[in-house]
Write a protein that binds this ligand. Structure first.
Ligand code: PHE
Ligand code: CO
Length: 295
């Protein structure tokens, strides 16, 4: 397997992350090694063994419709006709994380970028950046759902708009992506289920997010999400729970421009309060002012 080409780094909420080449590449399917296919198969089986009863029905059913299996790494050109027929989305191969603007442009045009390379055997349990398994196994199934598919496109368009508004708007939207597309939970009639790609592609977090008492699981709240920091190096401290994909789509339909302003105004007030308190009481900590979200 060729090694992907690393071009630059980008400073984000998640720390410093590598950003790969911006171009779309053909999936070099013939070049995958036996080890690559084996890594896919092992991860696939492991996740499929624990996800029934944990992942939402839409996710599991769509994965079947797409005919993903443990046998071999799926071919983008075999998934695309199925995906196009269902929702008009299509997969494009990429070298890895894209610069923000390029990524949003793809989403706004119903193209989902999928990293073409898969992790090495020693990275089975943890990899700090998205690879083919995360992108394909985790993200692609829900693009088969018409409402979620529309949400993803609306997100891309909204992000292009936020890009023109400023840093804080974009940061708020990145958090929305994180707490829905990557780490979202959904309250179904059968019980709490996972729909976030970052969870379904991780064995440990698939169990932790539902069964541990440690994290908060709170109802979807747009402004609260926009104010909630996240980390990439541990399981989440807070998960936001939607009732269904319609709720997610409707809650994010309004124009966010005034909401960004409001969230920023609140952040500014809090920052000023903290500084003044520091002066008077010589407090060395922000703790008294942190929301649980900030901890
Ligand atoms: N309604 C949002 C806006 O006006 C766009 C958006 C939709 C953002 C869905 C995220 C998700 O900016
Ligand atoms: Co992802």
């Amino acid at each position: 397997m060729n090694t992907p080409q690393r071009v630059e780094h980008q400073q984000t909420d998640r720390g410093t992350i590598p950003v790969y080449a911006t171009g779309v590449v053909e999936q070099p399917w013939q070049d995958y090694s036996a080890v690559d296919h084996h890594v896919w198969g092992e991860l696939f089986e492991r996740q499929r063994a624990i996800l029934p009863g944990r992942a939402c029905r839409e996710f599991l059913e769509s994965q079947n419709t797409l005919k993903m299996s443990a046998d071999a790494i799926p071919r983008f050109d075999e998934l695309n006709p199925i995906l196009r027929a269902a929702t008009g989305w299509e997969l494009v191969g990429v070298e890895g994380l894209l610069p923000e603007y390029t990524f949003f442009e793809h989403l706004a045009n119903r193209r989902f970028p999928v990293t073409w390379w898969i992790r090495k055997p020693e990275q089975i349990d943890y990899i700090s950046e998205p690879d083919l398994f995360h992108d394909l196994f985790g993200h692609v199934p829900l693009l088969m759902n018409p409402v979620f598919a529309d949400y993803m496109q609306a997100y891309g368009r909204g992000a292009l708009k936020a890009h023109g508004i400023g840093e804080h708007a974009l940061l708020n939207l990145t958090r929305l992506y994180w707490y829905t597309v990557e780490f979202g939970l959904i309250a179904t009639p059968e019980g709490l289920r996972i729909y976030g790609a970052g969870i379904v592609s991780s064995k440990g977090e698939s169990i932790y997010c539902l069964e541990s008492d440690a994290p908060n699981r709170i109802g979807f709240d747009l402004e609260r999400i926009m104010r909630t920091r996240y980390r990439i190096d541990t399981y989440q401290q807070t998960y936001f729970v939607i009732d269904d994909f319609e709720q997610l789509f409707e809650a994010t339909r309004p124009d966010f421009t005034p909401i960004y302003r409001q969230v920023k105004a609140m952040d500014d007030i809090r920052a000023r309060d903290v500084l003044e308190t520091d002066k008077v009481f010589h407090r060395g900590t922000r703790e008294g002012f942190a929301t649980d979200a900030d901890a």
